[in-house]
Design a protein around this ligand. Structure first.
Ligand code: ZN
Ligand code: ZN
Ligand code: ZN
Ligand code: ZN
Length: 354
């Protein structure tokens, strides 16, 4: 294990918060991501870990504070929702997604997964099974303090039970409860052709037009929605973490709790337009900071929803979603080792260069 410290430059998605932060590691740091339900709800992502810092960061009062538990507090940008810092007891940590640079430094070595039982289906651990050739242990609860889950968990039977559902609504919501909505199964309206470019997940490279209005968001014979992993810089900055999982759902299948159509300004939602992509916006919860939606005024009625917010059977909600085989924008990923490891289960194109 390395000793010493290193100084990293951090900035949020909108760029309003910038700071130099001293991390307690000089080259490599070992981490065990947490997959608990609470972490998925306050981020919208599928797991959480942070890099330990030596002291309380400067300018923390400029960030919004959210108390997850009496012992655990996190701090996000009030203007863009980037999760920047967390404090557990007296220990501070910085989120990996806001660290600037071509490659995450100090580099992270994932050495296991904790609170995996909460996922029901293994969540992200089913894709991040190894690191540096070693199979990763998965703890039911706290790392080293709880039982290890066998590699075959969840069994085919468990999975079958997870998928065997007759629910006609899939609820979603953030940790604080300020954002709540549900989606319905694909129907006639979802099958209407739309002016919605293909996501990078399906067609590598930007601006993949869809002149025929193909219904790419529908999968499994039109019974499920497409979902996918993104490592673009904007997703990393906006969430604070090194990867984001999105589900692509027609807006006509998204409803507010009272049955009214989707409103991306409802409740505690905050909407922020991109400075780089014309018409594109992201929405997050102004109270707990959860990343909620990505959308665009130039895309006809399909919205991206953070998979971590779904309250389905299993963190990957595969009775509703089909995950694309490719990870998008890997060339922008800062955690390049993570991308490399995901190559066991996904197609990685565009990086690393052959
Ligand atoms: Zn910001
Ligand atoms: Zn957690
Ligand atoms: Zn992205
Ligand atoms: Zn919230």
């Amino acid at each position: 294990m390395s000793q010493g410290t290193s100084t990293v430059h951090v900035s949020c998605y909108c760029g309003k918060y910038v700071a130099n932060v001293i991390v307690n590691a000089d080259s490599t740091i070992q981490k065990i991501p947490c997959h608990c339900t609470s972490c998925r709800r306050w981020t919208g992502g599928l797991y959480v870990y942070r890099l330990p810092t030596t002291q309380e960061p400067l300018g923390i009062q400029r960030l919004t504070e959210y108390r997850v538990t009496p012992l655990s507090t996190k701090y996000f940008c009030p203007d863009c929702g980037s999760h920047i810092f967390g404090k557990t007891g007296q220990k501070w940590g910085v989120s990996p997604g806001v660290v600037d640079g071509e490659e995450l430094q100090p580099s992270v070595e994932i050495v296991g997964h904790e609170f995996v039982e909460d996922t029901g289906d293994g969540g992200f651990t089913s894709w991040l099974t190894h690191w540096g050739g070693k199979e990763l242990p998965r703890w039911k609860g706290e790392a080293h303090e709880s039982e290890l889950l066998p590699p075959e968990w969840p069994s085919a039977d468990d999975n079958q039970r997870n998928q065997d559902t007759e629910d006609d609504k899939l609820w979603a919501g953030c940790h604080c409860g300020g954002v709540a909505f549900y989606i319905t199964h694909p129907n006639e309206a979802s099958r209407q052709p739309r002016r919605a470019p293909f996501p990078e997940l399906m067609v590598p490279g930007d601006k993949a037009e869809n002149p025929e209005g193909q219904t790419w968001w529908l999968q499994a014979g039109g019974t499920k929605y497409l979902a996918g992993l993104c490592t673009c810089r904007s997703c990393c900055k906006a969430t604070g973490f090194d990867i984001q999982a999105w589900a692509f759902v027609p807006e006509c299948n998204v409803f507010q709790p009272n049955g009214e159509p989707l409103d991306v300004n409802a409740g505690t939602l905050k909407k922020r337009y991109s400075e780089k992509i014309d018409g594109a916006y992201r929405c997050f919860c102004g109270t707990c900071g959860a990343t909620v939606f990505w959308g665009s005024d130039n895309r006809d009625g399909v919205v991206d929803i953070s998979v971590g917010l779904f309250k389905g059977k299993g963190a990957r909600v595969e009775d509703w979603l089909v995950f694309g085989k490719r990870v998008s924008y890997v060339q922008e990923a800062t955690n390049k080792k993570l991308v490399q490891e995901l190559g066991r289960h996904f197609t990685i194109t565009g990086w690393p260069k052959a």
